[in-house]
Write a protein that binds this ligand. Structure first.
Ligand code: NAD
Length: 255
């Protein structure tokens, strides 16, 4: 029970990697606030997570909206009195060509991924300082470092998260440690709400482009969050931890 009674906010915590992070912190004794924009996913996640621990709450939140971020933090402090860990996990993309992508789509990706992460820290930061062992972990992506075509707002927002991470680490230290995780290919198909759940299928070449021989699981990222938020990681701040089974260190030449 490494996080007994600590209060942890997980944005986008109702599905995918965020659901695994919520599960992991609950399993370690934390009180977890799942903040997600998808009400159906939030209610499904709440029912599942309560089978692990009753110490879980769902708060409907759009992290791109300042008043919703403020009321999420107010709710958390009113009910639980403290915030020890913030996981900025909520994220979206837009894979249209830049010639077809309306500027509203660029703005929305930036507002959720980058502005939302910043606003969460703006409003939760003081409580994280007062925690005495505050930790922030933001989900970036290997796409902050390399790209496929048609991913500009997503890649740029994730690159922004890396810069935001070292900037916040300096501003909030020594009270709060701030780190980023850059996942590679994490299979989240079976971590969606019932209406969106799919059984993952991977081709041999999908697996073999990873030196570890497989794609990632949401637990691979959740385990790293537990470590980065723990006192064992007390000398780690301002960093980007790439967790991709080695995909980005392997050269691939066409046959
Ligand atoms: P997902 O789509 O499975 O889950 C994202 C969750 O965030 C959903 O529950 C969704 O409802 C919620 N969400 C979306 N917009 C929101 C908003 N405005 N406010 C609050 N909640 C919102 O995604 P995932 O694959 O689990 O990704 C989680 C994070 O990890 C994202 O930041 C993503 O960019 C990053 N990431 C994922 C992968 C991957 O391979 N899955 C790789 C690199 C980075």
């Amino acid at each position: 029970m490494r996080f007994a009674n600590d209060v942890v906010i997980v944005t986008g915590g109702a599905q995918g990697i965020g659901l695994a992070i919520s599960t992991a912190f609950l399993g370690e004794g934390a009180r977890v606030v799942v903040a997600d924009i998808d009400e159906a996913a939030g209610q499904e996640a709440l029912a599942y997570l309560k089978t692990i621990s009753p110490q879980v709450t769902y708060v409907h939140t759009d992290v791109a909206k300042e008043e919703e971020v403020r009321s999420l933090v107010d709710f958390t402090l009113k009910n639980f009195d403290r915030i020890d860990v913030l996981i900025n996990n909520a994220g979206i993309g837009d894979n249209r060509s830049l010639f077809d992508r309306p500027m509203e789509a660029w703005d929305r990706v930036m507002a959720v991924n980058l502005r939302g992460s910043y606003m969460m820290v703006k409003y939760a930061g003081q409580a994280l300082i007062e925690s005495g062992h505050g930790a922030i972990i933001s989900l970036a992506s290997t796409r902050a470092l390399m790209s496929e075509a048609d991913t500009e707002p997503y890649s740029a927002s994730k690159g922004g998260i890396l810069a935001l991470t070292h900037s916040l680490a300096v501003s909030l230290g020594p009270a709060v440690r701030v780190n980023a995780i850059s996942p590679g290919w994490i299979e989240v198909g079976d971590y969606q709400k019932a209406a969106k759940k799919v059984s993952p299928q991977h081709r041999p070449e999908d697996l073999s482009q990873h030196p570890v021989g497989r794609v990632g699981t949401p637990e691979d990222i959740a385990n790293a969050c537990l470590f980065l938020a723990s006192k064992e990681a007390g000398f780690i701040t301002g960093q980007n931890v790439v967790i991709d089974g080695g995909m980005t260190i392997k050269m691939i030449y066409e046959p």
